[in-house]
Design a binder for this molecule. Structure first.
Ligand code: ATP
Ligand code: MG
Length: 221
């Protein structure tokens, strides 16, 4: 019933995580799932059914069934993205959707509303869009996950976090949980840093992106 945001630079694993979550939500609760379907709103055309099949196989789900339990929609622009979510109530209810993914939340908004003069309108639309997402998550007892790109911080040249998520305070305030993804040394190794949570302290976890999907590296540390 809340929104989790993954932000990070290109290739940091945001979309890979979304794929993995769309599979994992289908697992029974004792295996960390919600026994439900996923709604996947894709704005960058990076969703790959082959990847879902690989991941599904690895967790012991029937690959075809796993694909059928992911309701996929491509958003062509920000208005379309907003509309897809506005009309999602029925599809969520009828398919027992327990996870709503928007990958990426901000890409269309960022490319369509360029320049300072368009910023207020962009932020207002983004705010409304996120509140609709929150409403759906609450109404249908679902998890919501969004991805977000980062931009360089003009004021911070030497900082542990020299990047900032796009969307400013609007996205930051409506996302309850924010996780910063970055590349690390080692083949396909990534670090996920929890930077905001209503009930957990800041912390980091290491994972690897493999053929099988997202694999925890915590035990090997
Ligand atoms: P963007 O901001 O461009 O959308 P992203 O954060 O969504 O980037 P992903 O697409 O999730 O990035 O991650 C891409 C990375 O995932 C690739 O660089 C590759 O290292 C890894 N990857 C993708 N598929 C596989 C696979 N089948 N096996 C191993 N690694 C993979
Ligand atoms: Mg991506």
């Amino acid at each position: 019933q809340s929104i989790t945001e993954f932000f990070g630079e290109y290739g940091s694993g945001k979309s890979q995580l979304c794929h993995q979550l769309a599979v994992n939500v289908q697992l029974p609760p004792e295996r960390g799932g919600l026994n439900g379907a996923a709604l996947y709103i894709d704005t960058e055309n990076t969703f790959r059914i082959e990847r879902i099949m690989q991941m599904a196989k690895h967790v012991g789900l029937d690959p075809d069934e796993a694909c059928e339990r992911i309701i996929y929609a491509e958003a062509y622009n920000s208005d379309h993205q907003v509309l897809l979510l506005e009309k999602a109530d029925r599809v969520i209810k009828e398919n027992n959707v327990r996870l709503i993914i928007i990958d990426s939340l901000t890409s269309h908004f960022r490319s369509e509303y360029v320049g300072r003069q368009n910023l207020p309108e962009r932020q207002q639309k983004l705010n409304k869009h996120m509140h609709k997402l929150l409403k759906l998550a609450r109404a249908f007892n679902a998890a919501a996950v969004v991805t977000n790109q980062v931009m360089a911080r003009p004021d911070e040249f030497f900082s542990a976090m020299a990047v900032l998520p796009v969307g400013g305070h609007v996205v930051g305030h409506v996302s309850h949980t924010r996780i910063y993804l970055r590349k690390a040394a080692g083949r396909n190794v990534r670090i996920a840093r929890l930077v905001a949570s209503p009930y957990l302290p800041e912390g980091e976890a290491i994972f690897r992106i493999t053929e099988n999907g997202i694999e925890d590296l915590e035990q090997e540390k």
